[in-house]
Write a protein that binds this ligand. Structure first.
Ligand SMILES: Nc1ncnc2c1ncn2[C@@H]1O[C@H](COP(=O)(O)OP(=O)(O)OP(=O)(O)O)[C@@H](O)[C@H]1O
Ligand SMILES: [Mg+2]
Length: 563
């Protein structure tokens, strides 16, 4: 007897305390931890209207019986009724009176919700769910306080990236330390806002100085100003930050100048620095066969560092030297011919020069290590996948090597830990196919996690093309709309409870909405990406100017090495 009254008192306090709850939407009637919970919706102000206000991706809160609060995400919406008769004999649509009676008594809405986090009595921080709320627990819409409790307030480490659905005033903040701690990805089909969300994230990271970014800007999206399809212009990173924070280096000075961009420097690659490994990765793009790739290694071995120059050379003497290998039976004539034909494309890459005196790798490494992020603009090469992959691979291999050696020195207490580096690549699936990712630098970086302070930010519209093993190492996944089944499967690979979120992903708006899950957020969340525009510029401006007085490592690298 006593026990019952205890329970009544307890449940009275916890389960029906409407002050804890916001807008109530229904009660739990069924479910499991693995498959999610079923909520019977209240009928709403106008009977039956509630269901039309609940969209997949929204946050709801369930008040448990033992003073626990479960944070959940809506994953599906359905109609239900408790009388099979109404399916065969629905009321006459003109009979408003009967319809209202049916809606308030026989039919109701159902939503499925996936429980993600739970806040237990006396705890300040929510934990991952291991159990579920009991039958008839009250479900309500999450409010600002709930969201802040989960995502924290915006501060040096929490960057405001967007707002949850239907909660325009509530910021969702991404944990930047965690974002850069492991490789991350931005996915979504073309035109969904990948570049905009990436630029927003980059502005947060550059501002925070938590990592230097080396951005391979294939489509000239990040460095200087951009114009969208409606002619609206947006600031690039260089316009948001001073040259201590961002340097734009161009591969094509002419185009940069013609567009009125202010490049901080140019980059050239010397013929004699090129190694067969720099080209082997392009085998797919150049259609080089295995025999041809092996021939490159042979030529390098026999001709030394001039191998590349000799392959491109018009000099008779060089050609004779190559022909000798054919005569000696070391090379097949057709292979050499094919290689030389395919190498013709390198002649159009004006950033390749026979001789380059500056040590650009050293310059880039110094800048990155001292906290300055670099945007590498491709200018007129924006449509050349070969140029993009070649340069990204060439630089990343060498910069990574420098990081490995700096890190090893730091281990041996002979130097400082290198500044964290995040390498940003677009069209990532071209670099990270199952065949390539095993032995190329990008696969290595993704797999070695953060061992040498280098991580990747991959931006891609075809995540299904990325090696599964690499995908499973992607810590934070920011995913805009995807509609291809295999792409959807790929972004969820290795994510527990992913099944429930598929519907959420498939229903995102075609622009400016994203599902964020993984390392940098405590629970998956659908956001409307914050507007990339004057408000964000002002915020960045304000914060970077106030941090100018702070002592930055970058100050040491003030001497403009590219001058
Ligand atoms: N956060 C945002 N603020 C303002 N506009 C945005 C935002 N996100 C997306 N947009 C709008 O959506 C359009 C497409 O975005 P974006 O160029 O980033 O797509 P994308 O996914 O990178 O496309 P693609 O695959 O073709 O490169 C932009 O031109 C812009 O008009
Ligand atoms: Mg883009």
């Amino acid at each position: 007897m006593n026990k019952t009254s205890d329970l009544e008192t307890f449940s009275d306090e916890s389960n029906t305390d409407e002050t804890l709850l916001n807008t109530r939407i229904g009660t739990i009637i069924d479910g499991s931890l693995s498959k999610g919970l079923t909520v019977k919706l209240d009928s709403g102000e106008v009977p039956g209207s509630m269901i039309e206000q609940i969209a997949v991706g929204r946050y709801v809160v369930v008040q448990g019986l033992t003073n626990t609060r479960f944070f959940c995400i809506v994953t599906d919406v359905a109609l239900a009724h408790n009388n099979p008769y109404i399916e065969t004999n629905p009321p006459d649509t003109n009979d408003k009176y009967s319809i209202e009676i049916y809606r308030s008594t026989l039919s109701y809405g159902i939503v499925n919700i996936a429980p993600m986090l739970v806040l237990e009595k006396n705890d300040k921080k929510p934990k991952p769910v291991k159990t579920i709320p009991t039958h008839f627990s009250i479900v309500s819409q999450a409010n600002e306080e709930d969201v802040t409790q989960i995502f924290g307030k915006a501060d040096e480490n929490h960057f405001y990236l967007g707002n949850p659905l239907e909660m325009d005033q509530v910021p969702i903040n991404v944990n930047l330390d965690r974002f850069i701690e492991r490789s991350s990805g931005v996915f979504g089909k073309s035109g969904t806002g990948k570049s905009f969300i990436t630029r927003t994230l980059l502005s947060g990271i550059v501002k925070s100085r938590k990592a230097s970014c080396l951005i391979f800007d294939m489509h000239n999206d990040y460095g200087w100003g951009i114009q969208n399809e409606h002619g609206q212009t947006y600031k690039g990173l260089q316009q948001l930050f001073d040259s201590n924070h961002i340097n734009v280096i161009t591969l094509d000075k002419k185009t940069s100048l013609a567009r009125g961009d202010r490049a901080d420097g140019e980059l050239y690659i010397s013929y004699d620095a090129i190694e067969p490994e720099d080209i082997a990765m392009l085998a797919g793009v150049l259609a080089l066969s295995d025999v041809q790739v092996n021939a490159l290694y042979f030529l390098r071995r026999r001709l030394g560092k001039n191998w590349f120059k000799k392959l491109l050379s018009d000099q008779e003497q060089d050609q004779n030297e190559l022909d000798e290998f054919i005569e000696q039976g070391d090379l097949i004539k057709s292979s050499l011919g094919a290689i030389q034909r395919k190498f013709e494309l390198f002649r159009n890459m004006k950033f390749l020069k026979e001789h380059v005196s500056d040590d650009f790798i050293e310059i880039l490494f110094q800048k990155l290590n001292s906290g300055t992020s670099i945007v590498l603009e491709f200018g007129t090469y924006d449509n050349s996948l070969a140029a993009y992959m070649f340069v990204a691979n060439y630089l990343t291999r060498r910069i990574h090597e420098r990081y490995v050696s700096a890190k090893n020195k730091a281990f041996g207490k002979r130097g400082e830990d290198p500044n964290p580096l995040m390498i940003v690549i677009e069209e990532a699936h071209k670099f990270l196919t199952p065949e390539l990712s095993q032995h190329t630098i990008f696969g290595i970086i993704a797999r070695e996690l953060r061992k040498y302070n280098v991580t990747l930010l991959v931006v891609d519209q075809r995540p299904s093309g990325i090696d599964d093993e690499v995908m499973s190492q992607i810590g934070t996944r920011v995913t805009c709309l995807l509609d291809n089944e295999s792409d959807i499967r790929a972004v969820f690979s290795g994510v527990s409870g992913a099944g429930a979120l598929r519907e959420v992903l498939a229903r995102l708006d075609t622009q400016q909405q994203a599902l964020i899950m993984g390392h940098a957020v405590p629970m998956p969340v659908v956001i409307r990406t914050r507007e990339y525009g004057p408000k964000l510029y002002a915020e960045i401006n304000q914060q970077t100017s106030s941090s100018q007085t702070a002592k930055h490592k970058a100050e040491q690298a003030k001497t403009d090495l590219f001058g």
